[in-house]
Ligand binder design. Structure first.
Ligand code: CTP
Length: 410
C-alpha cells in the first residue's frame, strides 16, 4: 500500500500544504491526515499552536511528514524572505484542523500573534478550516458569527460531525473523519487550479438491482470501485462531481454530491436530472439490461415446479442521451469477445465521444484492469493492466484532454 500510493501520480504530488493544528483533543487524529498527505506526495509543514503542544508532541508529526514541525514564529530560517511570512507565501493550500473557537476568533479579528495566524493572514492560497470543539462553544453566537465572517472572506469551513465528545456529552463538535478532510482539501485544490474547475461532471457507478420480490433481486458483479475512483479523481481536478451509484459496499468519496439508486429506472431519472446542467457524463455503471416484468409484493415461496422469471428490457440510459451534442459522453463496454468491434458499435449507436473497452472476464470484481480507450475517429489506445484507482486517473486524464478539444470545437 505504501509503495503503491507513492507510485501513483497524485494531484497532491509536490504541493505545499500547511497543516495548522490547534489545541483540541482531536489534535491526535490529524497525525494520520499529515501522514496520508505526505504519502500522496505533498510537502506537509505542520504548525502547532502553543495550546496544540499540550495535546500532541512535535515528534509524531515530524516522523510522519519527514519535515521539521513549526511552533515558533521567530525560529524560521531567514533566507532572504522574512522568515515568519515565507510559509504562507509559498503555500498551495492551508488546512486548519482541528480549529478551536479561540483560533477562529483570532483569525476573524485579524490577530496575528503566532505562526499559524500570521501564516493564514499572509497567504493567498485557499484555506480549509475544520472546527472541532465542545458543542456549546461551537453553537455559541460569537463562534457562529466568527465562522460566518471567515466564510464571507473566502475560507472553506467544514461542518463538525455530530456524536460523542471526549467529555461525556453528545453534540455537534467532533472533527470530521480524516478521509473527509482529505477529500475536501483535494476538492478545494482542484477548484483553485484544476483543469476541470467550473465544470460539472456526472459519473455513474456500480450495478443496478432489479427487484423480484421484497427480498430478492436480479443484479451483476460490479463492485463500483472504478466509478468511485473516477469520481474522486475528477473531484481532485476541480470538477463539481455528482456520483450516481447503485448499491455497493464502498465508502463514497467526500466532497462529491452522492445520489444513491437501486434500479435502472431510478438511475435513468437521476442521470437525466443531473445531466440537465452537466458538461460531462461518465457512464460507468453496469446497468441491468432487463428487469422482472412484475415485482411480487410478498416474498415468493419456493415451489417444486421451479420458477420462470419474465424479464422486460430496461431503457438504454446513455442511448437516450444520444442527441445531447452539448454533453461530452463517455461510455464503458465490458465485453467477452470481439472487444474493439463491439465497443465501437456501442460508441456509434450511443453518440459517444469516447468508450472505455475492457475484457469483462479479467476485470469484473478484480482490483486491476486493462482497458483500451476508443475514440469516435476510430483511434484505439490500449493502457497497461494496472490497479483500478490508477486506471481511473488515466481515464480521467484522457477525458480532460479530449474535453478541452471538444469544448474548443463548439
Ligand atoms: N448503458 C446504459 N443503459 C443501459 C445499458 C447500458 O446507459 N440500459 C451504458 C453503460 O453504462 C455503458 C454503455 O451503455 O456505459 C455500454 O453498456 P453495455 O452493457 O456494455 O452495453 P449494452 O448497450 O447494454 O449492450 P450489450 O449488453 O448487448 O453488450
Amino acid at each position: 500500500m505504501y509503495n503503491r500510493r507513492l507510485q501513483m501520480i497524485d494531484v497532491l504530488s509536490g504541493k505545499r500544504v500547511i497543516l495548522g493544528v490547534c489545541g483540541s483533543i482531536a489534535a491526535y487524529k490529524v497525525a494520520e491526515l499529515a501522514r496520508n498527505l505526505t504519502l500522496a506526495g505533498a510537502l506537509v509543514d505542520v504548525i502547532l499552536t502553543e495550546a496544540a503542544e499540550r495535546f500532541v508532541g512535535t515528534a509524531t508529526f515530524q516522523a510522519v511528514t519527514g519535515r521539521p514541525v513549526l511552533t515558533d514564529m521567530w525560529s524560521l530560517p531567514e533566507d532572504g524572505v522574512v522568515g515568519h511570512v515565507s510559509l504562507g507565501v509559498d503555500a498551495d493550500i492551508v488546512v486548519i484542523a482541528p480549529a478551536t473557537a479561540n483560533t477562529i476568533a483570532r483569525l476573524a479579528a485579524g490577530i496575528s500573534d503566532d505562526l499559524l495566524t500570521t501564516t493564514v493572514l499572509v497567504t493567498q492560497a485557499p484555506i480549509l478550516c475544520a472546527p472541532a470543539m465542545n458543542p456549546n462553544m461551537y453553537e455559541a453566537a460569537v463562534t457562529q458569527e466568527n465562522i460566518a465572517t471567515l466564510q464571507r472572506r473566502g475560507f472553506t469551513i467544514l461542518e463538525p460531525d455530530v456524536g460523542r465528545m471526549a467529555e461525556p456529552m453528545v453534540g455537534k463538535g467532533r472533527l470530521p473523519e480524516v478521509a473527509t478532510i482529505e477529500g475536501e482539501l483535494r476538492a478545494l485544490l482542484g477548484q483553485h487550479n484544476g483543469p476541470l474547475r467550473g465544470r460539472k461532471l456526472v459519473v455513474t457507478a456500480g450495478g443496478t438491482h432489479e427487484p423480484i420480490d421484497p427480498v430478492r433481486f436480479v443484479g451483476n458483479r460490479s463492485s463500483g470501485l472504478m466509478g468511485y475512483a473516477l469520481a474522486a479523481t475528477a473531484r481532485d481536478l476541480g470538477a463539481t462531481v455528482t456520483l450516481i451509484t447503485g448499491p455497493t459496499a464502498l465508502t463514497p468519496p467526500s466532497a462529491v454530491a452522492l445520489v444513491r439508486v437501486e434500479t435502472a429506472l431510478e438511475m435513468r431519472d437521476a442521470v437525466h436530472a443531473a445531466c440537465q446542467d452537466a458538461d460531462i457524463l461518465v457512464m460507468n455503471a453496469a446497468v441491468a439490461d432487463y428487469r422482472p416484468a412484475d415485482v411480487v409484493e410478498q416474498k415468493m415461496k419456493k415451489s417444486d415446479a421451479g420458477l420462470l422469471l419474465q424479464l422486460v428490457p430496461n431503457p438504454d440510459i446513455l442511448g437516450e442521451l444520444a442527441q445531447r451534442r452539448d454533453l461530452f459522453k463517455v461510455g464503458f463496454a465490458a465485453e467477452t469477445q470481439d472487444l474493439v468491434e463491439n465497443a465501437t458499435a456501442k460508441l456509434t449507436r450511443k453518440g459517444l465521444t469516447m468508450i472505455v473497452a475492457n475484457d469483462a472476464t479479467t476485470s469484473i470484481g478484480q482490483a486491476e484492469i486493462q482497458v483500451t480507450l476508443l475514440d469516435a475517429d476510430g483511434t484505439g489506445t490500449p493502457l497497461s493492466r494496472q490497479p483500478k484507482q490508477q486506471a481511473a486517473a488515466a481515464i480521467i486524464a484522457a477525458i480532460v484532454e479530449r474535453y478541452l478539444a471538444f469544448n474548443q470545437d463548439r
